[in-house]
Each structure stands twice: as structure tokens, then as C-alpha cells.
Design a protein around this ligand. Structure first.
Ligand code: AGP
Length: 304
């Protein structure tokens, strides 16, 4: 049984995309990430031989609980990745991985996303027989991002008035770009949209202007290079480009700001990259007079 689906909602869907990338790239499994709310309609009608991995920090979101019930009724094997032992998902799944980040009180998921990424990396590396110490290097790099907090705050001060932002990602940093845009919306109330970097050329570039910062995430200088044309356009239309990654190589000249993530490159760099995104959204939120932990229109668990 080598085919599967990975499902989740919001931040947990972004973790699903990351795991999809790793499993397809590093292992013999062929997986497709689908929003949990779409699973019932998108599941293959004629094949029963697949598995589901479901990401949910709470283990209680109605979309994923319903999707697991549909899967179970069809005889599909289910594996839950959750931060909440004893949750509904742990009870109805065939197997589960509990991430143990501790209770997350803030509405916007942050530390539980970090461990969702770590679980993805561990799972994919285990299945691929790859033991490289990347996760340890990623954790150290994330700590360095946190120690450079004053620089992140200064950057947030420059863009405190921005009403719109774009967030671009390449390779394993694509889900990070989507997550960064979600954090900017939830915590800082900035209208932000995330794309795979070159998708920006297929329409969104029409909205590039001086008032709209563009965050760009990549796991290596090589990956940034693949987005060079997008960065050229961004610079041409004078949108401030913030490059976040382990080295920028030949695209460095297009950046208004560079945030260098040191000590880790490749897939594991997603962890320090998202740490920057979370911290940036946090400071923007506070500087805009908001409470980053309590977005006014959201609930921690979507049970309806
Ligand atoms: C994250 O910041 C959000 N509040 C939201 O997208 C959340 O990730 C989503 O509702 C899924 O929740 P779950 O992981 O508990 O299932």
C-alpha cells in the first residue's frame, strides 16, 4: 500500500503540504495533500488501497474528524498526527503520532506547526533511512532566529503600515510561504497572499507596488535562483523584497532586506524559516496595537 492522502486544515494543511513534498521526494510512497474539508469529495471512488495521514493540532476540528469517519467507513487505514493526546482523532484513528509541544493557548498555531514540521521530517527520514542530524541543526538555527528578535522587530517597524503583502516560497519553503501569509492575516490583520514563487508571474505581479512588501522564502541559494525572474519583476515594480533563507546567491541584488538563516540548508531549513515568519507577524501585530494571541474573529478549534 504505497499510495496515500495527507489531510489537514489551515496551518495543519500547510504541514500536510510539507510532508507531501518530503514523502514524494525521499520515499517510495506517493501521496497527495488535500484540505480535510475536501477529502470526502476528492477521494478516489474506485481504489480502496490507500492510507490517510491526518494533521490536526487539536485532534478535534470537525473537518478532519468527518474526513476520518468517511475514510474509516470505506475501510481506509488512518494515521493521525496531533498535539492532543486523548482527542477524538486519537480515538478514531488506527495509529497516531503525538507531537508533545505542550498545550498551545494562543489561537494562532505556532509551536505546534514547528513540531508538525519536525514530525514530517522525522517520518520521511525514517522511511527513507536517512539519518543526517538535520533536525538538530534546524532546531539550533530556529534558536538563532529567535535570538535575533530585535532585527525582526526593526523590520516589522518598517512595514507597520502595510495593508497588503505577498509571501513567496520555493521547493520545501512553499508551504512556509502559505503559512507566513496565514500568520500575517490572523495575527497582524495584514491582507497577505502566499504563492509558489514563480506563480507570482502568472497574475499577482499586477498588484506589485512600493507599498506592498514581498517576503520570499527558500531552503537554499540554489532554490532562490529558480525564482530569479519573479524577483526581477518585483524589483522592476519597486515592491520591497525581503529574502529569507540560508544565503541568497545571485538574487541578493534584488532584495531590499535579507534575513539569513544560518547553519542548515535544504528541507530542514523550513523550521527556522517559519520561525522568522511567526516572529515577524507577532511584532507587526503588537506594533499595530493588536493582541497576536487572540484574533477577534477566530476560535482555537473550528468545531462547526
Ligand atoms: C492556525 O493558526 C489556525 N488558527 C487554523 O488554521 C488551524 O490550524 C486550523 O483550524 C486547524 O486546526 P487543527 O490543527 O486543530 O485541526
Amino acid at each position: 500500500m504505497e499510495r496515500g492522502f495527507i489531510i489537514g486544515s489551515g496551518t495543519s494543511f500547510h504541514a500536510s503540504l510539507y510532508l507531501q513534498h518530503l514523502l514524494n521526494k525521499l520515499t517510495g510512497f506517493h501521496v497527495t495533500a488535500v484540505p480535510a474539508s475536501e477529502f470526502a469529495e476528492w477521494r478516489p471512488a474506485k481504489h480502496a488501497k490507500y492510507f490517510i495521514i491526518g494533521y490536526s493540532q487539536s485532534g478535534e476540528s470537525s473537518d478532519i474528524v468527518e474526513a476520518f469517519k468517511v475514510a474509516k467507513a470505506a475501510g481506509v487505514k488512518t494515521i493521525a498526527v496531533t498535539n492532543t493526546p486523548g482527542s477524538t482523532l486519537t480515538r478514531i484513528s488506527d495509529a497516531c503520532i503525538v507531537t508533545r509541544a505542550g498545550e498551545e493557548k494562543a489561537v494562532a498555531a505556532t509551536k505546534t506547526f514547528d513540531v508538525q514540521l519536525a514530525a514530517a521530517l522525522m517520518l520521511a527520514h525514517e522511511l527513507a533511512g536517512k539519518h543526517t542530524g538535520e533536525l538538530e541543526r534546524a532546531a539550533e538555527a530556529a534558536e538563532r532566529v529567535l535570538r535575533a528578535e530585535s532585527e525582526v522587530r526593526s523590520l516589522a517597524e518598517r512595514y507597520v503600515k502595510a495593508e497588503h503583502a505577498f509571501s513567496l516560497g520555493k521547493d520545501s519553503a512553499y508551504p512556509i510561504a502559505l503559512e507566513a501569509a496565514l500568520k500575517l492575516k490572523e495575527a497582524a490583520m495584514v491582507h497577505a497572499e502566499g504563492f509558489a514563487a514563480r506563480e507570482f508571474l502568472h497574475g499577482p505581479v499586477q498588484l506589485a507596488d512600493e507599498a506592498t512588501p514581498v517576503l520570499a522564502f527558500a531552503p537554499s541559494a540554489e532554490a532562490f535562483k529558480g525564482s530569479l525572474k519573479a524577483f526581477e519583476k518585483i524589483a522592476q515594480y519597486k515592491a520591497p523584497l525581503i529574502l529569507v533563507g540560508p544565503g541568497a546567491g545571485e538574487v541578493a541584488g534584488y532584495a531590499a532586506h535579507r534575513v539569513e538563516v544560518q547553519g542548515v540548508e535544504g528541507d530542514a531549513a523550513a523550521i527556522p524559516l517559519v520561525k522568522f515568519a511567526q516572529l515577524f507577524a507577532y511584532h507587526l501585530s503588537v506594533l499595530r496595537g493588536l493582541d497576536p494571541d487572540k484574533p477577534t474573529k477566530l476560535t482555537k478549534v473550528v468545531k462547526y
